[in-house]
Design a protein around this ligand. Structure first.
Ligand code: GUN
Length: 279
């Protein structure tokens, strides 16, 4: 079996499944649109937002976007979110992060109805995931579960080490792996003996936020390595949290950057939108 976990191919497979499902829903008269809110003009956010709109178009759901100026007050954003919560043609609402400093992102996330929280960031969605109830799953961690399952990696009973404890990736990732019956260790910047712990992992998930942080001294021979990072190196080339050249010879499977975890986040966002339409 191929060593590279091909996120591009797997995300395509998921989008094809969703496209079919959307066509079937349309025949039953069920339609919906994703509302995307971007505040300011951060270049990376613009790329992500455009990719989300393109994915909607591809699978056959609508998208409406709010491209708002940097100085938009929080109260105006809250008003827009409330309005979108009430609209029956909107199946999902997302605020592209980060937002400008004068806005409290937690207030925005909490204002989005959990029924339309397709990013899975609302505390109610996070709580539901924690206790295994129905709710939207955070897209990047849910995408990683799909990557592992669809490339034939067994999760149950395996030792999974997650590096990073962010609310968007590290924490939900650990919970989803636990739900799949892995034995999970969460590590972070204050962890003592980080290398030794990572070396015990059957599945190592790097969400560190530092380019090339994980080299071969962190990896057990034959492990599966998932790289959540996305950075530009000194030559402006995309790279991840894992030093791919050093780690790849030692592992059984690994995700590349780009083309690994990245495309899965959008595929899972689309999956959440379709789920919302069905609900
Ligand atoms: N910014 C970076 N990743 C994400 C994401 O998954 N969702 C949103 N809303 N903003 C982001």
């Amino acid at each position: 079996m191929a060593k590279l976990i091909d996120g591009k191919a797997i995300s395509k497979e998921i989008k094809e499944e969703l496209k079919k499902e959307v066509a079937e829903l349309k025949e039953k008269g069920i339609e919906g649109s994703l509302a995307v809110i971007q505040v300011g003009n951060d270049a990376a956010s613009t790329v992500y937002v455009n990719n989300k709109k393109k994915a909607c178009e591809y699978i056959g759901i609508g998208s409406i976007s709010y491209e708002l100026p940097e100085e938009t007050p929080e109260s105006e954003l809250l008003r827009i979110i409330r309005e979108l919560n009430e609209r029956s043609d909107i199946c999902g609402i997302l605020v592209q992060l980060p937002v400008p400093r004068h806005i409290n992102e937690d207030n925005l996330i909490r204002e989005i109805s959990p029924k339309k929280d397709v990013d899975g960031f609302h505390p109610q969605s996070v709580g539901a995931m924690t206790i295994g109830e129905t709710g939207f799953l955070s897209c990047t961690p849910a995408g990683i579960i799909q990557l592992l399952k669809r490339s034939g990696v067994e999760i149950e009973g395996k030792h999974c080490v997650v590096i990073g404890r962010s609310n968007i990736v590290g924490k939900p990732m650990a919970l989803l792996m636990l739900r799949e019956n892995a034995t999970v260790t969460i590590t972070h910047s204050k962890t003592v003996n980080l290398k030794e712990i990572c070396k015990m992992a059957d599945i190592l998930i790097a969400a560190v936020g530092k380019p090339g942080f994980v080299d071969d001294s962190y990896v057990k021979e034959g492990a599966v390595v998932i790289d959540v990072g996305i950075h530009r190196d000194e030559n402006n080339k995309l790279c991840g949290d894992v030093d791919f050249e050093k780690v790849e010879p030692h592992v059984s499977k690994i995700t590349p950057v780009p083309g690994g975890v990245g495309p899965m986040t959008i595929a899972m966002l689309m999956k959440n939108c379709v789920e919302s339409m069905k609900r």
